[in-house]
Design a binder for this molecule. Sequence first.
Ligand code: FAD
Ligand code: DLZ
Ligand code: SF4
Length: 508
Amino acid sequence: MILRLILGDQLSFSLPTLNDIDPQHDRVLMLEVAEETSYVPHHQQKITLILSAMRHFAEGLRARGITVDYVRLDDSENTGSFDSEVMRAIKRLKPQALIVTEAGEWRVQEKLKAWHQSLNIPVEIRDDTRFLTPPGFFSRWAVGKKQLRMEFFYREMRRLTGWLMQGDQPLGGQWNYDAENRKALPKDLDLPQRRRFAPDAITQEVITLVKQRFAKNIGEAEQFTWPVTHSEAKAALNDFLEQGLTQFGDYQDAMRHGEDFVFHALLSPCLNIGLLDPREVCEAALERYAQGGVPLAAIEGFIRQILGWREYVRGIYWHHMPDYAHSNFLDAQRPLPQWYWSGETDMHCLAEAIRNTREHAYAHHIQRLMVTGNFALLAGLCPSEVEAWYLAVYADAFEWVELPNTHGMVLHADGGIMASKPYAASGAYIDRMSDYCRHCRYSPKQKLGDQACPLNYLYWDFIMRHEKRLAGNPRMAMPYRNLKRMDSAQKQAIQDQAAAFLATLGPC
Ligand code: FAD
Ligand code: DLZ
Ligand code: SF4
C-alpha cells in the first residue's frame, strides 16, 4: 500500500500525487492540523475555505472509489502537525512508501524534504505540474540575467503557449495594453452583482468549528460565500467571463466606495488551492474572446495576470528563497499599527480596503498594492509584520504568491528584484482612481496642515528619507527632480508633519 499525502492547497484531481493511484490498495491521507491553522492568525474565512474545500475534496475522492484517511482538526487523537500526523499515520497504516507533491511554501517543503531521513519508508516528492511554467523553466530563463523583469518572462510565456500570438508576433502588434487599462470608474457605471455561494452542510460544520476555535481571528466565518468545490469554482469562473472580463481591462485599477469586487475575477482562492487550473481559466477566457465582444486590451490584461504575474512571482519565490524573505533594503522598522486589523482609521481609503478585507478575506489588487501596501511603504512598516498581515487576512494567501508581492512589489524590501522601483504614491493617485477622498475627512489637494491627506506629506518624507538609496534609480528621476525645486523651509515643514503623524502610530 502506498500512502499519498494531499495538502490543503493541493485539491486537484490532476495532482501528480494521484497520477498512478491504485484505488484498490493505496490510501490518500489528508490532515487538518493546528500548526497550519495557526502559523499566522488567518482570517476566519480563509480557514473555513481551506478546511471546507479539503472536506469536499475528500468526498470527491471517495466518490471515485479512493479510500481517504482524513484527520479532522477536532479529532481527539490529532497531534497537530504535518510531521507528527504523518508519523502517526505510518504507524497506523504501515504503508510501503509515501508520495507527496512538492509544497507551495518553503517552510512546508523543508519539512517534506526532511522526511527522506526521518521516516523509515521511501518518500517520493513529485513536481507540482499545476502551473503553466514547466519545471526548471524559470531558473533556465533567469540564469545569467542581471535583472529579471516580468514583462520579458511574460513574452517568453506567450511564445511558449502561443496564446494571443500571430506567428511569433503578439496579436494586435503589442505585447502589453496596460496604458489603456487605467481608467477611473464613471460615476453612472453600474457594477455587476457577482455570484456568491451559500454554505452547505459541510461548510456550516466548519464554520461552527472555526467560530469555536478561532473566534478572536479577523473576520466573520458566518459571512463566508467562497466556492468550495470544483463545480462552484467553475460557476465562479463563468460568472467572471459573463460579467467581468469585458470591462476587466478598462477598470483594472479603479476603486469605488462600497464596491468590493469591481470587475475582478475573484478566482485567486480557487486557483491557489487547486479548485481551478490556470490553464483551464486562461483557455476559457481565450475562448470567450474568440466568440467576440471582449476587447483585446481586456483579454491581454487578464492573461497577463495569470500567465505573467502569477507564474512570475512563483518563479521569483523559488529562485530566491530562503534568503529572499530576510532582506530589508529600506531598513523599515515601524511596527504594524493595530488599525490594520480593525480598520479604525480616519484615512478613508485605508478604512475601506480593510473593511472589505474583513468582510470577505479579499481585497482587489489595487487596494492591496496602492492602499494598504502604499501606506506600509511610505510609513516604513516592518516587512515581516506587513507580510504576516497579508498572509493572514486574504483567503488566497500562500507564501509563494504573497511574499514576492508584499516584500518585493509593495515594500521594495528586496532592493528591486521584483520591481524596478517602489510603487510610492501620494493622495493624488487615490483621488484619480477612486471616489474615496470624497468620503474622507482629509483632502488630497492639501499638502500640509490639519486637513492635508497624510499620504501627501508621507510621500515626500519617504522620498527625502530614501534619497541616498533611491535617487540614483533612473525610474525615480522625476520625484527627485521635483524635490530639488522645494525650498528647505517647505521640506522641513513636510518632515515635521510626517514625523508628528508617524509618532501617532506608536514607537518605532
Ligand atoms: P484579478 O485582479 O481578477 O486577476 C486575475 C488573476 O490573476 C488572479 O486571480 C491571480 O491568480 C492572478 N494575479 C493577478 N495579479 C497577480 C499578482 N500580482 N501575483 C500573482 N497573481 C496575480 N495574490 C494571491 O493569489 N495571493 C496572495 O497572497 C496575494 N498577495 C498579494 C499581496 C500584495 C501586497 C499584492 C499587491 C498583491 C497580492 N496578490 C496576491 C496579487 C493580487 O492582488 C491577487 O491575486 C488578486 O487581487 C486576486 O483577486 P482576483 O482573483 O479578483 O484577481
Ligand atoms: C493555510 C492552511 C490551513 C489554514 N490549514 C491547513 C490544514 O489544516 N491542512 C493542510 O494540509 N493545509 C492547510 N493550510 C495550507 C498550508 O498551511 C500550506 O500553505 C500548504 O501546505 C502549502 O505549503
Ligand atoms: Fe486616502 Fe488621502 Fe483620499 Fe483620505 S484624502 S481617502 S487618506 S488618499
